[in-house]
Design a protein around this ligand. Structure first.
Ligand SMILES: Cc1cc2nc3c(=O)[nH]c(=O)nc-3n(C[C@H](O)[C@H](O)[C@H](O)COP(=O)(O)OP(=O)(O)OC[C@H]3O[C@@H](n4cnc5c(N)ncnc54)[C@H](O)[C@@H]3O)c2cc1C
Length: 380
């Protein structure tokens, strides 16, 4: 099925927010773009589904009519310690809620409108760089492009194929994370996002489209192993110790037959370029969900790339310059946020530390405002 004689300007591996928005912008610039997504739209994804308002203008520019969609606007944050101690705070810039099921499918429609060559249910197996071109081997045949972008998320066969350093390093159960997501219906303030901590994990809840709520948590793998690998048992014996979580889990009406889960999530630093494959989104660096901002980071990186993309894809010199400038901009824009995310994750990882952090912050609301600001960017 691959068109062997066509050399595309760009091939994008992964149709999440980073890949879809990059495809739209490059196609708008008149580039020939291939996009490969192994799943079929619409589909659910493990994600908290809260998007910072920094991305509103950008998403509108990609053709998503956010205002017309009348999405829940979220402007308050509630945080609790594992023992239930709770603080509430305004969210500053704030955000909105939309399910990935809805958003990714809307972006896919836009990508098709702009003429992106879209291959759904198409997994990329290998990509190799030779004589200024990439050859991609996929489940739908072979393709060739001048540029190749890795927008394949936090964990993919592509990381193994490229022998990325973080894949080689074995991590023990405490540094590997699992995530679980549900859509629920519940009586809960539509403008509020809550983050409830439990031992070695935290769980977020906020409203999305279609009058549902997203309930999503992250925990280390050890917690699950300690509960016999059974999610329900772990929830009842661990998450329910936080009275806020017990209330939510016991009052909610769960809308999926099964939870959506992912495992082996890790937050160590990654490289942004691997043998000329240019990474964006989670493939370039995964921010801890505690900072609630990975989606905006993926989209912001796509904007950087579309802006820097060379006018002539065949120009060998331009590639070097493009790679250097992207790496520099990426580090300048995201490195601090990622480090802060990692620090927050350690602070919120322990039962006792979480309690004391919240107790110390409570009398200083301005400090909390500053901390929230550090994890978010300016509108782009
Ligand atoms: C528990 C949790 C909660 C989170 N909550 C939030 C939140 O509330 N707000 C927020 O902003 N961020 C949140 N994030 C982060 C956010 O989900 C990610 O940062 C964001 O989805 C990154 O987008 P992406 O485009 O890089 O990857 P993704 O959206 O993951 O897309 C990658 C795509 O690549 C495809 N793919 C992978 N390998 C291949 C292959 N070989 N061939 C073809 N396709 C492939 C996958 O199927 C997938 O669709 C959360 C993350 C976690 C783990």
């Amino acid at each position: 099925m691959g068109k062997l004689n066509t050399i595309y300007d760009a091939a994008i591996i992964g149709g999440g927010l980073g890949g879809l928005t990059l495809a739209i912008q490059l196609a708008k610039k008149g580039k020939s773009v291939l996009l490969f997504e192994k799943e079929s739209y619409p589909f659910h994804k493990v994600c908290g589904e809260y998007i910072s308002n920094e991305s509103v203008d950008f998403l509108e520019s990609c053709g998503i009519p956010l205002k017309a969609l009348n999405l829940p606007q979220i402007n308050e944050l509630g945080i609790s310690a594992p023992n239930g101690m709770y603080i509430k705070h305004p969210l500053g810039l704030g955000g909105f809620g939309i399910s990935r099921y809805t958003l990714d499918a809307l972006l896919k429609e836009q990508a098709l409108l702009y003429g992106v060559n879209f291959y759904e249910e198409c997994k990329v197996y290998t990509c190799s760089f030779h004589q200024n071109k990439f050859a991609l081997e996929t489940s739908k045949g072979l393709f060739t492009s001048y540029y190749c972008f890795g927008a394949y998320g936090k964990k993919s066969n592509m990381d193994v194929h490229m022998q990325r350093k973080f894949v080689q390093e074995k991590k023990r159960g405490k540094q590997n994370y699992i995530a679980v997501k549900y859509h629920i219906s519940i009586d809960f303030a539509p403008n509020l996002i809550e983050l409830h901590n439990f031992k070695d994990g935290y769980c977020g809840i906020s409203k999305v489209d279609d009058n549902r709520y997203c309930l999503c948590y992250l925990s280390n793998e050890k917690n699950l192993k300690d509960h016999g690998g059974n999610i329900k048992t772990m929830e009842q014996e661990l998450l329910y110790k936080n009275p806020h979580l017990k209330k939510i889990f016991t009052q909610a009406n769960f809308l999926y037959p099964q939870p959506l889960t992912i495992s082996q999530i890790r937050f160590e630093p990654k490289t942004q370029i691997e043998n000329h494959v240019v990474m964006l989104g989670d493939a370039a660096g995964l921010i801890t969900p505690l900072c609630g901002n990975g989606m905006s980071m993926a989209m912001r990186a796509s904007k950087m790339l579309a802006h820097l993309f060379p006018s002539n894809s065949e120009d060998i010199q331009a590639r070097e310059d493009f790679e250097k400038r992207y790496q520099k901009q990426w580090q300048e824009t995201f490195a601090t946020r990622l480090t802060i995310g990692r620090i927050f994750q350690t602070l919120f990882g322990s039962e006792r530390i979480t309690y004391w952090v919240l107790r110390c912050i409570k009398p200083f609301p301005k400090l909390l405002t500053q901390l929230i600001r550090l994890t978010h960017g300016k509108p782009f």
